[in-house]
Design a protein around this ligand. Structure first.
Ligand SMILES: [Zn+2]
Length: 310
């Protein structure tokens, strides 16, 4: 009797909490060097098959977006982690592509506030689309309201260390951002919650902020760049996390699935060694990103948060 009750409860939970099919598709698993036949950074979260959330739009994402059969009409939210070209340069091309669709609702877009050599999201969008002076002023309707109801709704994220920002929420998901240390470059990590499922996609960072451990804690999936080897020099270590540090944080935070990405020819040469260093501490499911690879959340194993290759 007790077992029957537990079985019914599990059935109810699995049909109510996990009624949405959740997938993560890698559009770009590369970095800023064009030597690896990979697009730069970009990830799409599909809900019930539709690409609703795009994190980053680096060089090459425009092409992969089409190859993946995605539609700008379906997109609800774009999160840019930072304004390095390999995370943002294809965004205007995607907006032009959207012009030929039928999107009839706003597109929410988040990005960091200004710091050092980098503009904040609002100024970055102005530099692209502002009427009369933007590089692509012919697309100004997306920011001055002429393209209403399809307009950009920017959310600029403050950069104070450890400060969580509730970015936006929709009926099926919510987004929270946290600034992450990437040398002198303002960078963000995004947490997407879909029901009880938690996905964290980090921009480039060195993992030196302890607040990130709490941010990524118990996540079902954490997407993290792995562009440098353990013996990297001081400048690279200030920008990116060492493999051993990624393993340490993933283990400490109880991450269920870790997806490593942001590879280039030089980091691919060291990949086996780097992955072994991560695995030394992290014992959960570990995946390596390839362009256009898609992982679906296995509903039956959702209590463990496992993403599986279809
Ligand atoms: Zn970067």
């Amino acid at each position: 009797m007790k077992h029957l009750f537990i079985a019914i409860l599990f059935l109810l939970l699995s049909t109510t909490v996990y009624s949405t099919e959740i997938s993560l598709q890698v559009l770009g698993s590369g970095g800023p060097i064009a030597d690896d036949a990979r697009a730069s950074s970009g990830y799409v979260i599909r809900l019930d098959g539709r690409g609703r959330i795009l994190i980053d739009a680096g060089g090459g994402i425009f092409q992969r977006f089409g190859e993946a059969g995605l539609k700008m009409d379906d997109l609800t939210f774009v999160g840019l982690t930072h304004f390095h070209t390999d995370h943002s340069s294809d965004f205007p091309a995607l907006m032009k592509s959207a012009y030929f669709g039928d999107k009839n609702s706003p597109l929410y877009i988040a990005g960091p506030a200004a710091e050092g050599k980098f503009p904040g999201l609002i100024d970055w969008l102005s530099a692209l689309f502002a009427p009369g002076k933007g590089a692509y002023a012919y697309l100004s309707g997306y920011i001055d309201g002429d393209a209403d109801p399809f307009v950009l709704m920017p959310v600029e994220i403050p950069l104070e260390e450890g400060r969580l920002s509730a970015v936006t929420s929709f009926e099926s998901f919510s987004v929270t951002a946290l600034p992450v240390p990437h040398g002198p470059v303002p960078s963000l990590a995004y947490m997407i919650k879909i029901g009880t499922i938690k996905i964290v996609i980090s921009g480039d960072q060195n993992l030196s902020d302890p607040a990130f451990v709490a941010f990524v804690k118990n996540s079902d999936l954490w997407v993290m760049p792995l562009p440098i080897p353990e013996g990297a020099g001081r400048v690279a270590r200030n920008l990116h996390a060492l493999p051993s540090k990624i393993g340490e944080v993933a283990a400490k935070a109880g991450v269920k699935t870790l997806l490593l990405s942001h590879f280039m020819a030089r980091s691919l040469a060291d990949l086996d060694v780097n992955v072994a260093l991560v695995k030394k501490q992290f014992k959960g499911q570990l995946l390596l990103a390839e362009d256009l690879q898609q992982w679906d959340l296995d509903i039956k194993a959702a209590d463990k948060g496992w993403f599986i290759t279809p």
